[in-house]
Structures are given as structure tokens and as C-alpha cells.
Design a binder for this molecule. Structure first.
Ligand code: ZN
Ligand code: ZN
Length: 348
């Protein structure tokens, strides 16, 4: 094929796109709902809408910086800097204090089925942990005082909120406070300004960033947590604190939902590390979306490619990254030494 005929085909394709655009503009003027992308066309990645983030989600105004993806693509990224606290909300409560506490004064945890809603960590739940997990060794309370054993100090938090739980902190309900973070604690997220579809999906480390500026975490090391007879308690929003990630979510419990359309689609909860939107599982009618790909993504005319979060107890937000991501900045290894692993695999 000659260069000239290639160029000609290019011009024809371009003209067709232009006509498609005009036709939709025409439709729109006649009251047909507006679509960003014509049916059948490959949807253009939409990218991040900064206006959807909560006020005070960031400690610095987001800027655009040069970045390179793990796959080696040089591109531009939003640089988000946060202080590890959810904007507009005080985290907690997490662990109940006595075995008679109700759901209103305590948080939540994954269901043992690994699906559906979170379960409330009531005092009764603490009492029945042995039955719940089918292991009578569970004993996260003092039988005399009926006080729940929980991590009440920074030292206890540090000793317990990691996979290799120190012996003295086993049999504990784990909770940590934002006050345990270093004074200069900050997190930096680099997310491509325009999502780049990857040649092949990749494994999720940090899933992304919630609209309140905190991390949508990779999976919690649930076997290590339960194996130490600990509960890494969430608050009712599905998040908890450690000194490495700050406050971070393991579950989409609805606390950062924000609707970005009026078409009945599920609300946005945040953005994945590859820049695609992560939406809630259920649409405006309360119906869970269906027909997702392995990454929990789908494509529609309004949003282009986007994800829908897993149910709250599934210990994940998305199944894989559809797009290219940038390796997290800062030390990648275990903060206290040990083998190099992704940050998400080190902490609860
Ligand atoms: Zn959708
Ligand atoms: Zn965690």
C-alpha cells in the first residue's frame, strides 16, 4: 500500500468520526440523551474529574507531572498528595469496648463467606467469634470483666497491624488512630491523566484513591490476620488505619459515593491507579451490575471503560488493572525490613 493511499484512508476514517460527532450533536439538539461516544466506536478514556473529589482531599493542589508506567510508557500523571486522613470525616469507631456493646459504637468486618455486606463487630460478635470461625481458640475478650481486648496504644497498633502479628498482640481486636501517624506523614499518588489501556491486565496493588483522598487499598492479608486470632476492625465505612498507609479502605461501603451522572448509573467512589473510575456495585435502583470483565470493568457510552467495586466483604475493589499504572513512589519494601513486597501485602 502506498503512503498516499494510507493517508487517504486516514482522512476518510477521520471524516467518518467527525460525521459521527455531528450526528450525535444533532440528536442531542432534538432531545435524545447526549452521548460522548457513538455506538460501536471505541470509547475514548475519560480520565479523572478533579471536581468530584472532596474539598480538603489533598494537602497540595494536584499538579500534572511527567511519569512512566510500569509497562514503560512515558506519559503525564496527576500527582495527588494527601495526609492519610479521610476528608470531612473522623474515622471510627472500630472495636467494641465490652461484650455488651452494640453495632452503634463499633465498626465492621468481612463476612466469613467473603461476599455480601460487612458484618457488625458487636460485643456479641466478639463473644461468638469461636462459633463464627469454627475455632474455639478465639478469645478476644476478658471473661471476668467482659472487656474486649483491643490495641489501645501506638505500640500495640504497631505490633498488631501487620501480617506477622507479635505474640503478645494475638487475640486482639486491632485498631489504630490517626494520631499514631508521623507528624509529616503524607501519601503521594501518581495516576495517568489519560488512562492507557494495557496490553494485558495486571495485578492490583494499591487499587486507587477514594474521592475523600484516602487509599483504596489492595487486599488485606486476611489469612494472616485471622491466623493470629485478630480482627483488623474497619469502621462502618469499610476502612481502617495503619501507620504506613494512613486511613485506607478495604471495602466499598458507600461513604465516598458521588453520582456523576443522572442516568441511574452507580455512583463513583474513586479512581483506580490506572485512572479509570471505580463505581459502586449497585445502580440507583439498588441492582448489582452484571456482565463485568475479569477486572470488574465494563464500557459504556457516557463513562467509557470503568470499574464497579466488588461487594463489601470480597476484600477487593477491582479484579485487575485494565490500564497501565505507575509504580508507587517511596520505599516499596517492608517498612520494618524483610523481603521486598508490594506495600499492600505487608499491612492489614
Ligand atoms: Zn457501569
Ligand atoms: Zn488495611
Amino acid at each position: 500500500m502506498s503512503l498516499t493511499s494510507r493517508s487517504l484512508i486516514g482522512v476518510i476514517a477521520f471524516s467518518t468520526l467527525m460525521l459521527g460527532g455531528c450526528a450525535h450533536f444533532h440528536d442531542h439538539r432534538h432531545g435524545v440523551s447526549h452521548k460522548h461516544v457513538a455506538d460501536g466506536e471505541v470509547s475514548k478514556p475519560k480520565g479523572i474529574d478533579l471536581s468530584l473529589f472532596a474539598k480538603d482531599a489533598f494537602t497540595q493542589e494536584p499538579i500534572i507531572v511527567d511519569c512512566e508506567t510500569v509497562e514503560g510508557t512515558k506519559t503525564t500523571c496527576y500527582q495527588f498528595v494527601t495526609n492519610g486522613a479521610p476528608a470531612g470525616r473522623t474515622p471510627g469507631p472500630f472495636c467494641p469496648r465490652t461484650t455488651s456493646d452494640g453495632a452503634d459504637v463499633a465498626g465492621a468486618w468481612f463476612s466469613k463467606e467473603g461476599t455480601g455486606d460487612l458484618v457488625d463487630i458487636t460485643g456479641e460478635f466478639i463473644l461468638k467469634l469461636g462459633d463464627y470461625y469454627g475455632d474455639e481458640k478465639w478469645m478476644v475478650y476478658d471473661a471476668k470483666s467482659n472487656k474486649v481486648r483491643y490495641t489501645a496504644t501506638k505500640a500495640a497498633c504497631l505490633g498488631a497491624a501487620k501480617p506477622d502479628v507479635e505474640d503478645e498482640y494475638k487475640q486482639n481486636c486491632i485498631e489504630c488512630e490517626l494520631s499514631y501517624l508521623e507528624d509529616d506523614f503524607s501519601r503521594t499518588f501518581l495516576i495517568p491523566t489519560t488512562p492507557i489501556p494495557a496490553a494485558k491486565p495486571s495485578r492490583v496493588r494499591t487499587a486507587g484513591i477514594a474521592l475523600d483522598g484516602t487509599e483504596l487499598s489492595g487486599s488485606a492479608p486476611i489469612d494472616a490476620i485471622l491466623g493470629a486470632y485478630t480482627i483488623a476492625a474497619f469502621d462502618d465505612c469499610g476502612g481502617h488505619i495503619n501507620v504506613h498507609q494512613g486511613y485506607h479502605y478495604h471495602s466499598a461501603a458507600g461513604c465516598t459515593d458521588k453520582s456523576d451522572s443522572d442516568d441511574g448509573h452507580a455512583p463513583l467512589i474513586g479512581y483506580a491507579s490506572d485512572g479509570y473510575g471505580i463505581y459502586a456495585l449497585k445502580n440507583a435502583e439498588g441492582k448489582a451490575v452484571e456482565g463485568l470483565d475479569a477486572c470488574r470493568g465494563q464500557t459504556d457510552d457516557v463513562r467509557g471503560y470503568h470499574y464497579h467495586a466488588a461487594s463489601p466483604s470480597e476484600n477487593m475493589f477491582i479484579g485487575c488493572f485494565h490500564g497501565e499504572t505507575v509504580r508507587p513512589s517511596g520505599p516499596e519494601g517492608h517498612p520494618e525490613g524483610g523481603p521486598l513486597r508490594a506495600p499492600d501485602e505487608n499491612q492489614s
